[in-house]
Design a protein around this ligand. Structure first.
Ligand SMILES: Nc1ncnc2c1ncn2[C@@H]1O[C@H](COP(=O)(O)OP(=O)(O)OP(=O)(O)O)[C@@H](O)[C@H]1O
Ligand SMILES: [Mg+2]
Length: 473
């Protein structure tokens, strides 16, 4: 194609040959530029452009830009010829480019600020772990300047025992893309040891690793302190709990000795009478063998009863170390047997209502459970006695609800004052002159902490009702 043709078809480029203010010739795509020869420059361009054209010519500026018909042109002129280049697209692209560049620059500044303000060490490593960059925080933390860090690697800054694991961490980050919260000890320039947690992320396109380092020395020290504190607290509590257990058992023992005294009084009396009777028989000449046998069996009965009592009480004080399957009805009956004589003395009736339940098995500590029942019955008895109730009654109801066994122990001792309710299960809370106030506290600990059950209380018509709920496992 001839040069002229190229010009004719080009929409990007045209030439005007002028004489003074008049267009002599036009080269280029006339249709698109719509300029005729003979037109005055003044008429073709707007006032501003025309002025610029003139001014440029006058000042002999060889190139300048104008905006014309919504497009931008770069104009070059020589003698009386103006060359017009349409640079609209170029300008658009350039402005976009500039905008992107500006954004990029501000992003870089932003990133730099983030790096510098971060309260973590941020560094960039090559694939061997050598430092390529580190933010201020990291430099301060490790006490190295950037110039010094260029000669170091994340492996060389580790304490010796962590050199190999650090090497592996870098390799793993490259292999898997990242590794998180790798804990190690770093050594600062002055030789200080720092507990650090590192996260490494591999940037595949750059073959570099970003490493975030947090100093967790204080955290670890705090954790250690906390652990020690917890240990101390637990041991204090255990000590306190053991003391309470001990006190509670002592109190129970006192009650037991009371019971033994009561339970032995009658058989001892009987034995006394029998011994007196024996003296009378021995003064007779013919000793009746049959009578002697009867006396012997009578004595043996009393002695067996007394030794049974001692057995009952001694098993009561045995502590179960392990949980076991046991029958709560038997435990309740055992507890009643231990206190029966005292109940009789105070004319208090006790009854068990077990509905149609046949299975009373629970998984837990039978002796501790029996102690709870004894505590509750003993409290009910003391309440009835203190209120001088003549027809004292203690009722034990056992219910089976949704695989739970519920045991109510209710009395007719006029109940508990409302204001005392919130303190009832507190250790050392007692309204009795010589009460230790541990009974209910201990009972709650046993049922709720040792046997995962619930122990609660409420007042009923003439008295109080304690309820124990236990899951049949
Ligand atoms: N059945 C009850 N009716 C009314 N008040 C009760 C009943 N059971 C317990 N209480 C009240 O709860 C208080 C705390 O009982 P808890 O068994 O913990 O201690 P305590 O009986 O006073 O002393 P301890 O049992 O150590 O000899 C009692 O002093 C009493 O005021
Ligand atoms: Mg008590």
């Amino acid at each position: 194609m001839k040069q002229e043709n190229i010009l004719k078809n080009s929409t990007k480029f045209f030439i005007l040959k002028v004489k003074k203010d008049l267009v002599l010739e036009i080269f280029g795509n006339k249709k698109s530029i719509k300029i005729e020869s003979g037109q005055k420059l003044k008429d073709i361009f707007n006032k501003k452009n025309y002025k610029n054209l003139k001014k440029a010519k006058k000042q002999n500026r060889k190139t300048f830009n104008i905006k014309w018909k919504k497009r931008k042109y770069e104009i070059y002129f020589e003698k009386n010829i103006f060359y017009f280049y349409d640079i609209t697209l170029y300008c658009k692209v350039q402005s976009k480019l500039e905008k992107s560049l500006k954004e990029l620059r501000s992003k870089k500044e932003e990133l730099q600020a983030v790096f510098d303000l971060a309260a973590n060490g941020i560094s960039i490593l090559d694939r061997n772990g050598m430092f390529l960059y580190a933010n201020k925080f990291f430099q301060n933390m490790m006490e190295y300047s950037m110039e010094e860090l260029y000669k170091e690697s994340c492996i060389s800054l580790s304490s010796p025992e962590y050199s190999a694991p650090s090497q592996t961490a870098v390799e793993k980050a490259i292999q898997y893309g990242s590794i998180e919260k790798f804990k190690k000890i770093c050594i600062t320039k002055s030789g200080q040891r720092i507990n650090a947690s590192m996260s490494l992320s591999y940037l595949e396109s750059r073959d570099e690793i970003v490493m975030i380092t947090s100093d967790i020395t204080e955290e670890i020290e705090y954790q250690d302190k906390l652990e020690k504190q917890i240990e101390l607290e637990v041991s204090k509590r255990t000590e306190q709990y053991e003391l309470l257990c001990h006190q509670s058992r002592l109190a129970a023992m006192g009650e037991m000795i009371d019971s033994i005294a009561h339970q032995w009084r009658q058989p001892l009396n009987s034995l006394g009478i029998i011994v007196q009777g024996l003296r009378h028989i021995s003064s007779q000449k013919n000793i009746d063998n049959k009578l002697l046998e009867e006396i012997e069996s009578d004595i043996m009965d009393k002695i067996n009863y007394m030794s049974q009592t001692i057995d009952d009480f001694s098993t009561f004080f045995r502590i179960n170390k392990n949980k076991e399957q046991f029958d709560i009805l038997i435990s309740i009956e055992d507890a009643i047997r231990l206190i029966q004589v005292q109940l009789n003395n105070h004319n208090i009736k006790i009854e068990i209502d077990k509905k149609n339940i046949t299975n009373f098995e629970i998984y837990g500590f039978p002796n501790e459970f029996r102690q709870v029942i004894l505590n509750l019955i003993h409290n009910a008895m003391m309440q009835i006695v203190s209120k001088n109730i003549s027809n004292g009654k203690i009722k034990i109801d056992i219910r089976n609800i949704n695989n739970n066994l519920e045991i109510d122990i209710s009395d007719n001792g006029e109940g508990i004052e409302k204001k005392l309710m919130p303190k009832l299960f507190d250790p050392y809370f007692s309204t009795k002159e010589k009460g230790s106030g541990i009974g209910l506290y201990m009972s709650k600990v046993i049922i709720e902490n040792h046997m995962n059950g619930i122990l609660k209380v409420r007042n009923i018509k003439n008295g109080a009702k304690f309820t124990i709920m236990l899951a049949k496992e």
